[in-house]
Design a protein around this ligand. Structure first.
Ligand code: UD1
Length: 429
């Protein structure tokens, strides 16, 4: 298994191009199942999760091509995928594939809406606490699906098609909102999603669905209205920038010091995390093409945060912010309100010398003057990148094991950091 070795101490200076958002690319790719025409997606990041979803879609009979590079595109420009689901041969998504990535469960919605049936494995355990799919199933039932659990599979049927309904989510769920929106796009009549997730990735998927002929209004607010249509057609769509990657590099600069332009992204995607960074002492400014982050010396101030659904502080940036706070001049409180058990990075950060105490959903972080390099283990996607951030300032060398977690979600992580002066090296297994 590959390892990443980081020698701490170098500030970051230069430009980092931000990739397309993983969490939009995955549901966008899934929407290709809703039409027999070609869906062309550009700015798709080159990530292990994207490859895995291509395999899953391929298993249903979706053809894909990766379009060659065009004039003006660098090797860092995202890839363009063409997906065509004109010949779906199988509406079953097997355990071997779904268990490797939770978001692949979401194929249940387009398969059910277009073909009247789907048999999709329950996703199974996940490293960040219990992540059930009950609300997704409730939403599909509200739209008229008959659901049965059979040998670890969710079997969904709607022989006469889905029908519009009111779906009132008892808690904000990104997965539930995606699934409800995709399914309702082809349902008969009007659907209303109440307490919908407002994440930018929901808006991006709604935009793409509308280009495909869907009639969706209100995405980005807590109430989404969907007028069902009988069929959808092909479209071209560019994936929006990755706000989690943006925030991660912004925190890396705040930690290591320096001056970096984050290109092809927008501050509108992450106001709360940028605000927390400013309070911690980083200078953050917006330009036409991105965000500039600077910190030149000076202590980091402790900042308290609670994670929350968008537009609050993203849970996917909690571990990275905690890494930053391990070096703050004082005590900070970080509360995780979205997922249970999303503190696995704490024990690894402690190996680098961080002082963090856990009390239920609260982490109390006492800043220390220095971290020291050590061997550590990547436990999940966002946790592992928090170790990278800590390692950028740790004395000596940090070896991060199990970096396949990073490859799931961060495109070209080492080269993006190395071009800004960090000492990062991948050792291939
Ligand atoms: C998505 C993101 C993930 C991010 C999360 C929260 C993708 C591919 N993943 O995950 O990176 O951390 O949003 O912003 O986009 N819940 C239930 N029942 C359900 C569904 C969810 O109880 O049926 C709970 C979850 O356990 C969690 C909360 O609702 O506590 C939010 O989950 P959700 O917003 O659905 O997260 P994901 O869509 O899985």
């Amino acid at each position: 298994m590959d390892r990443i070795i980081i020698r701490g101490g170098a500030p970051l200076t230069g430009t980092i191009p931000i990739s397309g958002a993983k969490n939009a690319a995955l549901p966008l790719m899934t929407t290709s199942l809703l039409t027999r025409d070609t869906l062309e997606l550009s700015n798709v990041p080159r990530l292990a999760d994207v490859q895995l979803l291509l395999r899953i879609l391929g298993n249903h009979g979706v053809d894909h091509t990766i379009v060659g590079r065009r004039a003006g595109e660098s090797s860092e420009s995202g890839q363009t995928l063409r997906l065509q689901a004109s010949n779906v041969i199988d509406t079953t998504a097997p355990y071997e594939l779904v268990s490797r990535m939770r978001a692949s469960f979401w194929v249940i919605a387009p398969l059910l809406a277009r073909f009247g049936e789907a048999r999709v494995s329950l996703p199974g355990g996940c490293a960040i606490g219990t992540r059930p799919v009950d609300l997704l199933i409730d939403a599909l039932q509200a739209l008229g699906a008959e659901i049965e659990i059979d040998a670890g599979y969710v079997v969904a049927r709607a022989r006469d098609g889905l029908r519009g309904a009111r779906i009132d989510f008892p808690k904000v769920t990104v997965s539930g909102t995606h699934v409800a929106m995709m399914a309702a796009a082809l349902a008969r009549g009007e659907s209303v999603i109440e307490n919908a997730a407002r994440e930018p990735e929901i808006v991006d998927v709604a935009d793409c669905l509308n280009k495909m002929g869907a009639k969706i209004t209100g995405a980005g607010s807590a109430r989404i209205v969907i007028e069902g249509v009988t069929s959808l057609h092909g479209a071209n769509h560019a994936v929006l920038p990755d706000r989690i990657e943006t925030g991660t590099y912004a925190m890396a600069v705040a930690m290591a010091g320096g001056d970096v332009m984050l290109e092809n992204t927008s501050a509108d995607l992450l106001r709360a995390p940028l605000d927390a960074l400013r309070r911690a002492g980083a200078e953050v400014s917006e330009t036409n093409t991105g965000i500039r982050v600077r910190r030149n010396g000076g202590a980091l101030a402790p900042v308290d945060i609670d994670t929350a659904p968008f537009p609050g502080f993203a849970t996917d940036l909690q571990a990275q912010f905690m890494a930053l706070m391990t070096r703050a001049d004082g005590v900070s409180h970080i509360r995780e309100t979205i997922f249970e058990n999303r503190f696995m990075h704490v024990q690894e950060l402690a190996r680098l010398g961080a002082r963090i105490r856990l009390d239920g959903d609260l982490a109390i972080v006492e800043g220390v003057p220095q971290l020291r390099g050590a061997p550590v283990m990547a436990t999940d996607l966002r946790a592992s990148v928090s170790l990278v951030i800590a390692a950028l300032v740790a004395d000596g060398e940090t070896t991060i094991n199990r970096v396949y977690h990073l490859d799931r979600g961060f495109e070209a992580l080492e080269s993006k950091l190395v071009r800004c002066g960090a000492q990062v090296e991948r050792v291939r297994a």
